[in-house]
Write a protein that binds this ligand. Structure first.
Ligand code: BES
Ligand code: MN
Ligand code: ZN
Length: 487
């Protein structure tokens, strides 16, 4: 869907925001008159009164400016924050995407409001339907263009550009999470990463031999039961001053997580196609930064593996040697994400001098129990960094909630046989996972870990801006965080 900004527009569908309990807006008066009062009629008798999420579709007489008018509930204007504006755009798209009409206009006020309504519209227009072979034309969306009418088209466009880049990053992250594991495995994921070089990213892929040379026994251990080759994806966006230290993002990319020899139960296992959500978030963010030409140096590192049960798979009891030299007793092969991340985190600090390292991972089921589906879990050794991320998440609607860490939790991952074990027992499962990662963070390095197991995909009721299974969580939060604090 192509989005443009203008001071006025002619389209098949003319949409207007109606404030809750209020009359038709000024902008709709002319069309109302020309149609003999059909728009104001829509405000009478029925239940449409401008509440959030309500829509009224009005068929206009032949010869009118547009074929349909749509009234979108705007809720109370005082409460119209960023999310509400995005939802207005999203509700409009949901109402008319498959209406059979191609173009629409939405009257949205000032530059900031217009940009946010546009973001919401685009987020809602996402589709993942390439695997349906029998879709009839009338099941496909018809809407191809939206003009957002604003008093300041120039300002709206300027505000929209970086947000649009982040949204394209969200699209990419959604695609990656939605893709089935037979089509998205470490090497095919790496191929998609290579395609991003076209946007100006510097991309390098390491295979198993190179990772073995780096001593990445933990990451390679997870992948050793799979017939697929494990990969390390390295993406660099050099938009800042040459030689300036980068921000480093690290993503868990378990393309499918069966649990390995500690096999997961069958029902619901298909969801583990999304266990590369952290890597998807990092990849989407790198794409966004490149598209927005952010003036900052950022490195994205993704550990890509498949966790399978096999004659060659790691066993509970195995002791792995990580790239840091620390040894890990595997007590559960399903706690594989931390094994992947620890080697990639180490790589981040050995090869770069990061201003901050942030890792994202669908790491623990326990975080879903703690926070449900509306906040990701945040862990950090830096109060500043935690605050920066919390703020950025609130601003972009990808919220994080900080949980505690501490030496008492760290003692839960002691092992009788090695430097540590990869599980901590039933209590505080998300925290012990974070404590495990922290053992691979060097002193003085600002680090945060975001557990996105509850937010990378959501079944059931969701925001109108989140139309598919995969939410694409990450790029909006991370681009905002980087641009606000490091550009
Ligand atoms: N990928 C899972 C975590 C997960 C669970 C993500 C639900 C999304 C939704 C992770 O690899 C895992 O299996 N974690 C185990 C750890 C346990 C064995 C210590 C878990 O959470 O059960
Ligand atoms: Mn697992
Ligand atoms: Zn996993």
């Amino acid at each position: 869907m192509k989005i443009t900004f203008a001071e006025s527009a002619k389209a098949d569908i003319a949409a207007f925001i109606v404030d809750e309990g209020d009359q038709l807006p000024e902008a709709a008066q002319a069309l109302d008159k020309a149609s003999g009062g059909l728009l104001s009629e829509a405000l009478e008798g029925g239940r449409f009164d401008g509440k959030t999420g309500q829509q009224a579709i009005v068929v206009l007489p032949k010869g009118a400016e547009a074929r349909r008018a749509v009234l979108i509930g705007g809720g109370k204007p005082k409460k119209r924050d960023t999310r509400a504006l995005e939802n207005i755009g999203a509700h409009l798209v949901k109402a008319i995407a498959a209406s059979g009409f191609k173009t629409a206009s939405l009257v949205a006020g000032d530059a900031e409001s217009a940009a946010r309504a546009a973001v919401g519209a685009k987020l809602a227009a996402y589709r993942f339907d390439t695997y349906f072979t029998k879709m009839k034309p009338d099941q496909k969306p018809s809407l191809s263009g939206l003009t957002v009418v604003t008093t300041d088209p120039k300002g709206a466009k300027a505000a929209y550009l970086p947000l649009d880049a982040a949204t394209d990053g969200t699209y990419l992250a959604r695609d990656l999470v939605n893709l089935p594991p037979n089509d998205l495995y470490p090497e095919s994921f790496a191929e998609k990463v290579k395609e991003l070089a076209a946007l100006g990213l510097e991309v390098e892929i390491l295979g198993e031999k190179q990772m073995a040379k780096l001593g990445m026994g933990a990451l390679l251990g997870v992948g050793q039961g799979s017939v697929k080759d494990s990969q390390l994806g390295i993406m660099k966006w050099n938009g800042g001053k040459p030689g300036e230290d980068p921000v480093v993002l690290v993503g868990k990319g378990v393309c499918f997580d069966t649990g390995g020899i500690s096999l997961k139960p069958g029902p619901g296992m298909e969801e583990m196609r999304g266990d590369m959500g952290g890597a998807a978030a990092v990849t989407g963010t790198m794409r966004a930064l490149a598209q927005a030409k952010a003036k900052v140096n950022v490195v994205g590192l993704i550990g890509l593996v498949e966790n399978m049960p096999d004659g060659n798979a790691i066993r509970p009891g195995d002791i792995l040697r990580s790239a840091s030299g620390q040894t890990i007793e595997v007590q559960n092969t399903d706690a594989e994400g931390r094994l992947v991340l620890c080697d990639v985190l180490w790589y981040a600090q050995e090869h770069f001098k990061p201003k901050a390292v942030v890792d994202l991972a669908t790491l623990t089921g326990a975080i879903v129990i703690s926070l449900g589906h509306h906040h990701a879990g945040l862990f950090s050794n830096s109060d500043d960094l935690a605050e920066e991320l919390t703020k950025a998440g609130l601003a972009e609607g990808e919220r994080v909630w900080r949980l505690p860490m501490g030496p008492e939790y760290d003692s839960l991952i002691k092992s009788k046989f090695a430097d540590m074990r990869n599980i901590g027992g039933r209590a505080a499962g998300s925290i012990t996972a974070a404590q495990f990662l922290k053992r691979f963070v060097k002193d003085g390095v600002r680090w945060a870990h975001i557990d996105i197991a509850g937010v990378a995909w959501v079944e059931g009721e969701k925001a109108p801006t989140d139309p598919s299974w995969a939410s694409g969580f990450g790029p909006r939060l991370l681009t905002k965080w980087i641009m606000d604090n490091y550009e």
